[in-house]
Design a protein around this ligand. Structure first.
Ligand code: ARG
Length: 280
């Protein structure tokens, strides 16, 4: 099997320069050196797991470019570019589009009148795309993406502003297995999850607030933020290996391990059975 591939972007220009989610506070800016060390530790942890890490060129004036998960949705060789809700992040898209085009992907765009924030809000678990909407992405955009890629979409409303992207409160580990933070969803969303994901591992509130659900999965290993002992225990009991990397400087922007990575070859949990139109 070929080695997993992940896109990351070094934090040269990372910082808290605006406030677009409840975690961000300009007066509590990120500590540059520490952010670098934490990012490098994540990078190193992924390399040690045999991941081929591709690096984007960081750009001044784009402090959130480090969060590559939000670039778009990768499906086989198609890159469905995000339509960011906030203009400050929409400026990242030309850079992501250029990277994907240069690396042999077919770059597609959603219609202009809908928002979609890529793998931040759309995660495969088996061959179904679980899709978080309201705060950033629109339900209509998820339906559009599902039709464009030929996959089933299950929309989940995100009801807690602190968990504004689906990847902050839901993390597929394998087909039929996922971590989740129940309070980020309404009763209907929780019912959709329990019906369609047979093994749901709950994350406790304190650790959900440390973005324990925002984990990067590589094979049987789950890389997540530090000081999530209950999560680490649940993972081990479920047959996974937990690797902790402190990423608190990125928590200040509302991100952690998962948002700092974009899987290029299909995640462990992604079925990717549906074959896209030949040539399309
Ligand atoms: N500051 C970024 C934003 O609010 C953080 C994005 C984190 N990414 C994620 N997938 N949750 O857009």
């Amino acid at each position: 099997m070929s080695s997993p591939r992940i896109l990351m972007c070094p934090p040269d220009h990372y910082g808290i320069e605006y406030e677009i989610n409840p975690w961000m506070n300009r007066s509590l800016g990120a500590v540059r050196e520490l952010a670098f060390t934490q990012w490098k530790n994540l990078h190193h942890a992924l390399l040690s797991l045999g991941v081929g890490v591709e690096a984007m060129t960081p750009r001044p004036g784009l402090p959130d470019l480090v969060f590559t998960a939000n670039a778009g949705l990768v499906f086989h060789r198609t890159f469905l570019s995000s339509r960011f809700r906030h203009e400050v992040r929409a400026r990242e898209s030309p850079h992501f589009d250029a990277w994907f085009a240069a690396n042999g992907y077919e770059v597609k765009h959603l219609p202009e009148n809908m928002f979609h924030e890529g793998a931040g809000d759309a995660l495969f678990c088996g061959d179904t795309l679980f899709a978080g909407y309201r705060t950033r992405s629109d339900a209509t955009a998820h339906q559009w993406a599902g039709n464009a890629l030929g996959v089933r979409v299950l929309p989940l409303e995100l009801v807690n502003p602190r968990f504004y992207h689906l990847d902050t409160c839901f993390c597929p580990l394998a087909p039929g297995v996922a971590l989740y933070f129940p309070d980020a969803f309404d009763a209907y969303g929780r019912r959709v999850l329990t019906t369609h994901v047979p093994t749901l591992i709950p994350v406790v509130e304190a650790e959900a607030h440390r973005f324990g659900c925002n984990a990067a999965v590589v094979g049987n290993t789950v890389v997540h933020n530090s000081r999530c002992p209950e999560l680490a225990g649940s993972l081990v009991r479920a047959g996974y290996r937990s690797v902790e990397v402190e990423l608190d400087e990125f928590l200040k922007a509302g991100g952690s391990a998962k948002c700092l990575t974009l899987r290029l070859d299909g995640e462990e949990a992604a079925g990717w059975k549906a074959v896209p139109n030949p040539g399309g």
